[in-house]
Design a protein around this ligand. Structure first.
Ligand code: IPE
Ligand code: IPE
Ligand code: MG
Length: 228
């Protein structure tokens, strides 16, 4: 492990909670609950390893199309989960960045989440980005609209980057997706242009530090060429 080259920024599509629960004849929300614990474990592991940036995909723009029961349960779990994790994040000097259209959240959840983000804003340890109500296309459209508001008639890549939700965060080096699906589902479309992908067969609730190390080992075998 010691000789492993660490990716500066790891991004994770935390997928498979529903199928994990179904396998056990449990409701989907039971999978989301365990998935939240996995998120905390993996975030802790990244902090301990010295990862500089961790981004997790928690709720997509398209996930609003799920049943209102599931969406409600997810909102509740995420806002309570992050609130409960806050003291640990404070202790570990973690900075939190919420990426996505947070305005779509009910005020009580939105305010709880924004409060945690605000209280951690002066920290300068690992940056934890949580994608909530996030879609890569929506993020780009949002950026283009901001540039229209600035009166721009011609734009550069740097202009777009300034208005991404992730502005200031370097591009991900390693993107991991769990659950055996081989797609990106609208995640970090702009930022992942040169990311290395790793697909894990396990459902997210079964992902753990050993799996994370396997992904980093695989990343270490890649030769990144950037078109050169
Ligand atoms: C990932 O698990 C969590 C969210 C998308 C909120 P899923 O809920 O997508 O679980 P599967 O993919 O249906 O198993
Ligand atoms: C991607 O998973 C979004 C999150 C993990 C939050 P989905 O389960 O929503 O993606 P699809 O439907 O399999 O493409
Ligand atoms: Mg899924």
């Amino acid at each position: 492990m010691s000789e492993l080259k660490l990716p500066r920024h790891i991004a994770i599509i935390m997928d498979g909670n529903g199928r994990w629960a179904k396998q056990r004849l449990l409701p989907r929300t039971a999978g989301h609950k365990v998935g939240l614990d996995t998120f905390v474990d993996i975030s802790d592991a990244c902090i301990e390893m010295g990862i500089e940036y961790l981004t997790v995909y928690a709720f997509s723009s398209e996930n609003w199309n799920r049943s209102s029961d599931e969406v409600g349960a997810l909102m509740e779990l995420m806002s309570k989960g992050i609130t409960k994790y806050e003291p640990e994040l404070v202790k570990r000097n973690v900075k939190l960045k919420l990426l996505g259209d947070i305005d779509r959240f009910e005020p009580k959840y939105r305010n709880a989440l924004l409060g945690v983000q605000e209280r951690l804003s002066k920290n300068d340890g690992m940056t934890l980005c949580i994608c909530l109500s996030y879609g890569g296309r929506q993020e780009l459209v949002h950026a283009f609209n901001e540039l229209i508001k600035e009166g721009k008639t011609e734009i550069t890549a740097e202009d777009v980057e300034r208005h991404l939700y992730s502005a200031g965060v370097p591009d991900p080096d390693l993107v991991i997706r769990t659950s055996g699906e081989y797609r990106i589902s609208n995640f970090l479309l702009w930022q992942s242009a040169y990311a290395e992908y790793y697909f894990a067969d396990v459902y997210w609730p079964d992902f753990n530090k050993d799996e994370l190390i396997k992904a980093i080992e695989s990343y270490n075998k890649r030769e990144r060429r950037y078109g050169r």
